[in-house]
Design a protein around this ligand. Sequence first.
Ligand code: FAD
Length: 437
Amino acid sequence: MDHWSESEGKRVHDPIFQPRISHNCRQPVEEFCRERSTDAAVTRSELCTWVPGPIIVGAGPSGLAVAACLKEKGVDSLILERSNCIASLWQLKTYDRLSLHLPRQFCELPLMPFPADYPIYPSKEKFVAYLEKYAARFGICPRYNHAVVRAEYDEKLLLWRVRSQLTGRMEEEVEYLSRWLVVATGENAEVVQPEIDGLKEFKGTVVHTSAYKTGSAFAGKRVLVVGCGNSGMEVCLDLCDHNAQPHIVVRDTVHILPREMLGQSTFGLSMWLLKWFPVHVVDRILLLVARTMLGDTARLGLKRPTVGPLELKSLSGKTPVLDVGTFAKIRSGDIKVLPGIKKISGRQVEFLDTRSEDFDAIVLATGYKSNVPFWLKDRELFSDKDGLPRKAFPNGWKGERGLYSVGLTRRGLMGTSVDARRIAHDIEQQLSAEGKL
Ligand SMILES: Cc1cc2nc3c(=O)[nH]c(=O)nc-3n(C[C@H](O)[C@H](O)[C@H](O)COP(=O)(O)OP(=O)(O)OC[C@H]3O[C@@H](n4cnc5c(N)ncnc54)[C@H](O)[C@@H]3O)c2cc1C
């Protein structure tokens, strides 16, 4: 083994050598590393890897956006990604018929618009193709199959220690050190499995929407979809299109809005109205138009919350359903609405209103959660409860000691763009103040 890397690696863990790599004295190490490096952004030692630029955890749209904004400012970064591709949520965990829920102008990443010939709601294939071009354009090459299992700030080294496990090789861990840590692991990092009495013993198929691709496997089957968010609603439509018999569980209230209103996207219209009116007025307008277009949704089992759709989103993060055709199928009776589940025995599902019905399959459209509390040993920026920043948008992007958060704002890709630009600007400012750019 290279003599330097062994001794330097030990020093990194050894407080005695700490001055060697403290902020003021890091430069000699940096130069030394650069000479031996085969990779522009990263230098290796046997015990750990010191990264001169920021470490970004997650190669979804948010991680890519930060890396691109940094690159534009001349700062290289290292992305650690647990799966084997960029945008793994989109490539590996979404159903085939998925298109962006929001119009493309609200989903662009910084510095590169969508191709002009893209439709208003690009398909997931088109979105992924855009992201791949984006990564190529900014020379972003994430380090794949690196699941970050622990990250903590080392007060002695004044660096973040980020420990990753190589996928499928649990015993192999690599530690990375950097001054900056950017959390880009997304709001959808882990699936939420509901606690339902008897679910584990259900005799049919149970699948979470993250593993659902198409309704073709369910033709002729009675399928119970649990959860009535955008994914649950669209999966029901897909099941209908594949001649299955979907039933949807609507436990709580739900705001369902047409995806387009008055010749525009509902989202775009809301954004425009919000420039002129307060949220509660915009909510009233949206609900009035929705009522005219859809009628009284409560009659079909879809009761609306007392709080309006935009206000509810900002209070609880709950996104209104933007209807892409499911509601017409509910109205025609092709999709049946059922109340909350009481318990399951065998193939039989008992509902809260005492009805009981048999099903061949259950699709859990029960959503996702952040995984930050599992691996980040810092409780200041992120809440333990939901793994999202404690401060609401736009104030949750920056923590202490070089810690940042991107894309965890409950504002989709628009929130990502805002965070990414801010983070890159902040790091650039620090480097230029030190004369290091
Ligand atoms: C069905 C669906 C449709 C959507 N449609 C839209 C839309 O139209 N518009 C919109 O703005 N938003 C939409 N969203 C929200 C969407 O999730 C985000 O906008 C976007 O994917 C967020 O990107 P992200 O990079 O923050 O998170 P993600 O896309 O989830 O990427 C996070 C990455 O981090 C990786 N990761 C997680 N944990 C670790 C770890 N410990 N170590 C290493 N890597 C890790 C993951 O593998 C993943 O690749 C949709 C979401 C879903 C589920």
